[in-house]
Design a protein around this ligand. Structure first.
Ligand code: PLP
Length: 418
């Protein structure tokens, strides 16, 4: 190497590993096992990577052998003609919609809570120029045919934007869409020449929980997006499945979107490992989620959206505790727990101990609040005795009544524990 090249090489070189990389990673794995934020945070294991690095090393824009094998397998298990690997679930949904939508003006119907409406940066209008019609499920759980029928736009009135795609999501917020409803909606759509797409990022959970084969769950839809990087615990990727013609066009759009990747064998390997070794763990994940739900119910928290698979939504207000208090107290444990707001997600790397500890945090807060409540009441009553004017805000008794009450409300409050 000449001097100039040596200088440039010195500027360019980079050792990305920290001096304590292995220990850092162990720490991260511990954090992941105690985080209820999402299932996207699961870490690839040494075993997964050991398997993945043995895959083929071709360039996927020219059709990488291991990736081709994965795509063929995905098409087979989904019961579709073809499949295509895509870097993310968002891109997979957006490519599907872009491929289905051909001649504007047009609209897409989806659940108001759906990922394509709430969390894809408005991509459907950006990439496809489509009007999203967002429907509220009347039963609060899943969209029904009746819900959708009210919103389908048909005909040739030039004031309207005809419905060309109905896009459903299963699971949605961790809840399972009844398959008969998916079938009814898709049959209805197809009669009107409307295409159907399923955001099946977590459809694996439905298969595992209801013991329904993937091909049966995918059958009603023209296209389905399936993610490897959520409940299945792979580091990267989703697969879009559909007809040969659909996937051929979507492959073109993937290149256009900048999603054509090169040596993807290692990603295909990680996905294959996840399918084989992580999918069978999902029923256990669901059991843990139900345990968490049972614990919350026992404590008196309100369940907003039930633990049908790997997540639940809850409200601790009935026990006088806030999300912020829970998050703060959980983060202060010797082995901290990470929680956000109402959503709690369980995944294949969640430790059962973390569930017990989180419930412990909420229990402690509840008890503290109850004690504070008693203390406040006692303070109020003491004020009543001293002033002799106010009544009890809780029981409605007047001050005099209280003063003559046999219940010793004026007893000294118990000492607060530290
Ligand atoms: C239901 C659903 N669809 C799509 C996505 C998007 O996946 P990605 O984060 O890979 O873009 C997510 C992400 O969590 C999701 O929950």
């Amino acid at each position: 190497m000449d001097n100039k090249l040596e200088d440039i090489a010195a500027q360019i070189k980079f050792d990305i590993l920290t001096p304590t990389q292995d220990v850092d990673n162990e720490k991260l794995i511990e954090e992941v096992s105690r985080s209820f934020i999402s299932d996207t945070i699961t870490v690839p294991t040494k075993e997964m990577y050991a398997y993945a690095v043995r895959t083929s090393v071709g360039d996927d824009v020219y059709h990488e052998p291991s990736m081709l094998a994965l795509e063929a397998h995905m098409a087979k298990i989904a019961g579709k003609e073809a499949a295509m690997f895509i870097p993310s679930g968002t891109m997979s949904n957006q490519l599907a919609l872009r491929t289905h939508l051909q001649q504007p003006p047009y609209s897409v119907i989806c659940d108001v809570r759906g990922h394509i409406n709430k969390y894809e940066a408005g991509g459907t209008s950006f990439h496809s120029g489509a009007h999203l019609i967002c429907v509220n499920p009347s039963n609060g759980h899943h969209l029904t045919l009746e819900d959708i029928q009210d919103y389908v736009v048909e005909g040739s009135d030039i004031h309207t934007s005809p419905t060309r795609v109905i896009s459903l999501e299963n699971t949605l917020n961790g809840t399972i869409m009844p398959q008969h409803e998916a079938v009814a909606i898709c049959n209805y759509a197809h009669q009107l020449d409307i295409r159907t797409h399923l955001d099946g990022a977590r459809l694996w959970h439905v298969a595992a929980e209801t013991r329904t084969p993937m091909h049966e769950l995918c059958a009603p839809f023209d296209s389905v997006s399936l993610c490897f990087s959520k409940g299945l615990g792979a580091p990267v990727g989703s697969c879009l499945v559909g007809s040969k013609q659909f996937i051929a066009k979507a492959r073109w759009f993937r290149k256009l979107f900048g999603g054509g990747m090169r040596q993807t064998g290692i990603l295909a390997g990680a996905a294959a490992y996840a399918l084989t070794y992580n999918f069978p763990q999902l029923p256990y994940v669901h059991t843990l989620t139900k345990e968490l739900e049972d614990g919350l119910v026992e404590l008196g928290a309100k369940i907003i959206s039930p633990a049908e698979t790997c997540m639940l939504f809850y409200d601790p207000a009935p026990i006088g505790v806030t999300y912020q208090e829970i998050a703060h107290r959980a983060s202060e444990l010797a082995r901290p727990i990470a929680v956000g707001g109402s959503r709690l997600v369980v995944h294949i790397q969640t430790s059962p101990e973390a569930i017990a500890d989180l419930l412990g945090v909420i229990r402690t807060l509840k008890e503290e609040k109850a004690r504070e409540g008693v203390n406040r009441l006692v303070d109020t009553m003491n004020g009543v005795r001293l002033n002799g004017t106010n009544g009890c805000p809780n029981c409605g008794k007047g001050a005099k009544q209280l003063a003559s009450s046999s219940f010793n409300i004026y007893a000294k409050p118990p000492k607060k524990s530290a």
